[in-house]
Design a protein around this ligand. Structure first.
Ligand SMILES: Nc1ncnc2c1ncn2[C@@H]1O[C@H](COP(=O)(O)OP(=O)(O)OP(=O)(O)O)[C@@H](O)[C@H]1O
Length: 578
């Protein structure tokens, strides 16, 4: 939980101020019982109205000071806790943004959302409570103890038994509670993950009428969350009444012993009242402390989860010195590359990959599902690092280039189209913030998107719903291609992103790409052989290995896998047309 130190340091002055306010408040509270005792034992016992009035006035003054201090600490506490929460969320969001894909793969996305929202709120609530009341409790407890001992050291023996007992109950409470609340947060993660999955797949759920299944899944997660929360609260349920009971026994003992002493003339009634008042204050303080620990248990479970995110190391480093200036543009080279998602120990999903894409070349990559095509291209913008061998862009190992600079050269259109809520214009400009309208229209034209955008009544200003729900699959893919093109990259990777586009439009896009920049290197992953047939070079992947490389004619002559793919796709078409 070291990450918290930064915020504690940052807000230490405000914490200090809140502490000063709380100290005044506690002092005001502590003086009241003693003044009451004096009013009873001196003013009332001696029928001295003047004394009663003076002491009453003093009480009012002290109460007013306490009230002002309470307002002050409320203001400070609210400000600090809100800023604390906002800063923590913002830092965490930045940290997540800096995650490599390897880091991201470790976490369920819903869990990251819960950590960023629920967990941060939990810690924020604790900080707020800490400044409002929790810091006052120990002051009040220790102060009331001192005042009670000063008032009557003999009666204070009762406190020597009560306070350690309550302390023990609080410690057990924390020890028992922590594992329970960690489990509660995990159940909440699971529930959030189900909701998220349902919402992103709602069309499929409706199409397959799988409502009952989804409701069942949600109910199960919801029940588990409820059960775990209940178990946690049940496990802690005995502690608060246990503490109240212990302190109440103490008060009874005080009244009983005190009563005996009054009877024997060793003590005055006002003293007993003041003593029981102090005991009530101690009870209140101990109850708050136990509540603090209860909340601390939850906040700690949340802080640990937040800390895990902050502790996550992005192992992707690069040499800080400027890389040697590349003479070529748009060159990609794989040298005996193997890669596994599980690091060095894992089974490689691609191996012995060696090939070169010259500047301006179009290279097609084809192979069955799961043969490793997407994994292979994800190494070029360095989403992941190769387990062995090296990937070079423009003759420089990608591990020595600042990923930001590298990704300016390499644009990727992912297999799964991702669009953001906002206008079409904003979505394309997302690829290059400074892009002019002319550049955007040019990119959209090349991606064969301009014509359909122009048909919308609001054109480029048409608002897209989340994920671009109001567009067809092919339209979304074309906007996604335009977004990559507007970057004017040296290397363009199209990861099966024209699957929903008709062959004529696809051919137009490829034609436009050719005329766009003669040194633009294109890597095209495709399921349809027709998408890569005219590429300068085609790489045939099978079970993570290159089993063929060459142009269409060469591969048709000497590569069995390619021939089979051709037969299974084009052969059938030919057949059908006959
Ligand atoms: N993030 C990931 N973590 C772990 N394994 C993964 C991950 N992504 C892909 N894989 C695995 O790597 C292998 C290759 O997947 P990849 O997506 O590269 O294949 P592909 O040829 O692009 O498939 P498709 O044509 O279906 O998109 C598969 O066995 C897949 O299960």
């Amino acid at each position: 939980m070291q990450f918290l130190n930064k915020y504690i340091r940052k807000f230490r002055k405000q914490f200090g101020l809140a502490f000063i306010f709380l100290s005044f408040e506690a002092l005001a509270d502590l003086m009241q019982p003693t003044i009451i005792a004096k009013i009873i034992d001196v003013g009332i016992a001696q029928n001295n109205l003047d004394y009663v009035l003076r002491m009453g006035g003093l009480m009012l003054l002290i109460t007013a000071v306490g009230a002002v201090a309470a307002s002050g600490r409320n203001i400070v506490a609210s400000r600090v806790s809100q800023r604390f929460g906002a800063d923590l969320r913002s830092d965490m969001f930045r940290k997540i943004q800096g995650f490599s894909f390897e880091n991201l793969d470790k976490y369920d996305r819903a869990s990251l959302v819960t950590r960023l929202t629920g967990d941060v709120t939990q810690v924020q609530v604790f900080v707020n409570g800490l400044m409002r009341i929790f810091m006052k409790a120990p002051l009040l407890c220790i102060g009331a103890l001192i005042m009670a001992i000063r008032l009557d050291p003999h009666l204070a023996i009762v406190l020597l038994i009560v306070v350690p007992l309550v302390g023990l109950l609080i410690v057990i409470n924390v020890k028992v509670g922590f594992p329970f609340f960690t489990k509660v947060q995990l159940a909440l993660d699971r529930m959030n993950s189900i909701i998220r999955e349902y919402l992103s797949g709602v069309r499929v759920v409706k199409a397959f009428n799988r409502f009952d299944y989804e409701v069942g899944k949600f109910d199960k997660a919801n029940d588990q969350y409820q059960e775990r929360s209940k178990t946690a609260l049940r496990a802690l349920a005995i502690f608060t009444p246990g503490i109240t009971l212990t302190v109440n026994f103490g008060i009874v003992a005080v009244v009983w012993f005190g009563g005996l002493q009054v009877k024997q003339g060793h003590m005055q009634v006002g003293h007993i009242i003041a003593f029981t008042n102090y005991m009530t204050q101690i009870l209140f303080a101990l109850m708050v402390i136990s509540m603090v620990f209860n909340m601390f248990v939850r906040a700690r479970a949340s802080a640990v989860r937040i800390g895990e995110v902050f502790a996550e190391e992005n192992k992707m480093s690069w040499k800080k010195e400027a890389p040697k200036q590349a003479e070529v543009k748009g060159k990609v080279e794989f040298k005996d590359v193997a890669f596994s998602y599980e690091g060095l120990e894992g089974e490689p999903v691609i191996r012995r990959i060696t090939f070169e894409c010259k500047s301006g070349e179009t290279v097609g990559i084809i192979g069955s599902t799961g043969s490793g095509k997407s994994s292979l291209v994800s190494l070029i913008p360095r989403f992941y690092d190769a387990s062995s061998g090296s990937v070079e862009v423009n003759g420089v190992d990608v591990r020595t280039i600042d990923p930001k600079l590298l990704r300016e050269k390499v644009a990727i259109v992912p297999q799964k189209t991702v669009l953001f809520s906002g206008s079409i214009l904003e979505n394309i400009r997302w690829g290059k913030e400074a892009a002019t309208l002319e550049e955007i229209v040019q990119a959209a034209s090349m991606a064969e998107a301009n014509s359909f955008i122009a048909e919308f009544p609001e054109g480029y200003e048409t608002r897209l719903g989340r994920g671009g729900v109001n567009l067809s699959g092919g339209q979304k893919q074309r906007i996604s291609i335009a977004r990559a093109l507007v970057r004017q990259p040296e290397i363009l990777i199209l990861d099966d992103c024209t699957s929903a586009v008709d062959p004529v439009t696809e051919a137009n896009i490829k034609q436009a790409l050719k005329s766009y920049a003669k040194d633009l290197t294109c890597l095209i992953i495709a399921q349809r052989i027709s998408s890569v047939m005219d590429a300068d070079k085609i790489i045939v992947l099978n079970e993570g290995e290159i089993v063929g490389m060459g142009n269409h004619d060469e591969l048709m002559k000497n590569n069995l896998v390619y021939q089979e793919i051709f037969q299974s796709q084009v052969g059938k078409e030919v057949h059908k047309n006959v």
